[in-house]
Write a protein that binds this ligand. Structure first.
Ligand SMILES: [Cu+2]
Length: 151
């Protein structure tokens, strides 16, 4: 029967469409524990603005073959490292693969920390990313926004 045949083939089509749409530019949400992530792919940071509480550990996933860094700076477009809001400025150093760093503790909610790549500076597709300090009481972002545990 044509109707049953159409229904039976739908899941495979859906899976193939999802696989094609996802590519490898973003981490597979179902494989990551809850937390704060910055992904670098195609010389671009994502998300461009991450909200995280002071003292949070940030995991940086570098999907490019070349080394990049997440290096704090005073202001966008100046590429001068610094530490607005106080605390020790963060700098992952140049790396490939995965690296973590910790935001300074005690930063005031609403503080915006700008960062750049110390190797490529304005050559990055997204030259500057930012991290906005939010209230510590807020839970970490749900890596499974659809609900459940990713299964
Ligand atoms: Cu870079």
């Amino acid at each position: 029967m044509p109707m049953r045949s159409t229904l039976r083939s739908f899941p495979l089509v859906a899976v193939l469409a999802l696989a094609a749409a996802c590519g490898d530019s973003t981490p597979a949400a179902s494989s990551l524990p809850p937390g704060y992530y910055i992904t670098i792919s195609g010389m671009a940071y994502a998300p461009l603005n991450l909200s995280a509480p002071a003292g949070a550990t940030i995991t940086v996933l570098n999907r490019d073959a070349m080394a990049h860094s997440v290096t704090q700076q005073v202001a966008p477009a100046t590429f001068t490292p610094g530490a607005p809001g106080g605390g020790t400025p963060f700098d992952t150093g140049l790396f490939t693969g995965t690296k973590t760093f910790t935001l300074p503790a005690g930063l005031v909610e609403g503080t915006v920390l700008s960062y750049y790549c110390s190797s490529h500076a304005s050559m990055m597709v997204t030259p500057n990313g930012t991290i906005t300090i939010r209230a510590a009481a807020a839970p970490a972002p749900d890596p499974y926004p659809g609900g459940g545990t990713g299964y």
